[in-house]
Design a protein around this ligand. Structure first.
Ligand code: ZN
Length: 258
């Protein structure tokens, strides 16, 4: 094997801006009502035996079909995160939706597109999904589907000692998340602080319905994919942490919908 055949992903120029991506054709909305559930949970959702997403999430069941989220969280929004980068001089490439990599093969360079999607109702539920494909449209569809099936419940509250308002505008306690060399710490913040965190993480937190947060990042933060995954891992910690019953009231904790 010669060196030319070795697969080496390289970041190259990405042609599509965010506005252009929005203009790409979407799967028509009319497909949703004709949804044929293929999982037991999907069938229960369609027959209205399950009316609340908590019935699935609290039992630790996996959502396998994105349509479940479409039905149970009708006001959930989806968006793409800017994880790619256009080539620019002096490291100044503009952030793009698609991260483009290419594999060198004997036939030539084969590009692949990757993107991260976020899905949330801005009120206690959020998910992220990664999609990669040969073309931009299937990569985006894959990311949207995965973001929906990865929806988790978020515990909110006010863990800021400076604030102590007992309302669910921030997070109840500090959480950490790690992915590769990217590490993030999310800290409770008083009302009016806003989301003091990196832009793409900010998008995830606002889709989750968190309004005020302070943060610290450690390690590599230029790698957006890892930083985004670390942020989601931190959010998962909000529900994984055990909370004493008396602090539910003192920190104004709510789980999921307000
Ligand atoms: Zn507060």
């Amino acid at each position: 094997m010669t060196t030319e055949n070795q697969a080496e992903p390289t970041d190259i120029h990405v042609e599509l801006s965010k506005e252009e991506v929005q203009e790409l054709p979407l799967v028509p909305e009319s497909v949703a009502p004709r949804w044929k559930p293929r999982t037991a949970i999907g069938k229960q959702v369609q027959s209205q035996q399950i009316l609340n997403i908590d019935d699935i999430l609290d039992r630790g069941l996996a959502i396998m079909e994105p349509e479940i989220v479409d039905v149970l969280l009708p006001n959930a929004e989806t968006d793409l995160l800017l994880i790619g980068q256009a080539k620019g001089k002096f490291g100044g490439g503009q952030r793009r939706v698609f991260k483009q990599t290419q594999k060198k093969t004997p036939e030539g360079n084969k590009p692949r597109f990757a993107t991260f999607a976020v899905c949330g109702n801005r009120n206690g539920y959020v998910g992220i999904g990664y999609g990669k494909a040969k073309e931009t449209v299937p990569a985006r569809e894959k990311a949207f589907r995965r973001a929906k099936t990865a929806v988790i419940k978020i515990r909110r509250g006010c863990g800021s000692w400076e604030c102590g308002c007992k309302e669910a505008h921030s997070i109840p306690f500090e959480v950490r998340g790690k992915c590769g060399s990217s590490e993030i710490r999310l800290l409770p913040a008083p009302k009016g602080t806003g989301l003091k965190v990196e832009n793409e993480c900010q998008k995830i937190l606002s889709f989750a319905g968190i309004k005020d947060v302070r943060s610290m990042t450690l390690g590599q933060t230029r790698t957006k994919t890892n930083l985004v995954k670390a942020c989601f891992a931190a959010l998962r910690e909000l529900m994984a942490t055990k909370v004493q019953t008396d602090s539910v009231a003192s920190l104004g904790i709510i789980e999921g919908k307000a």
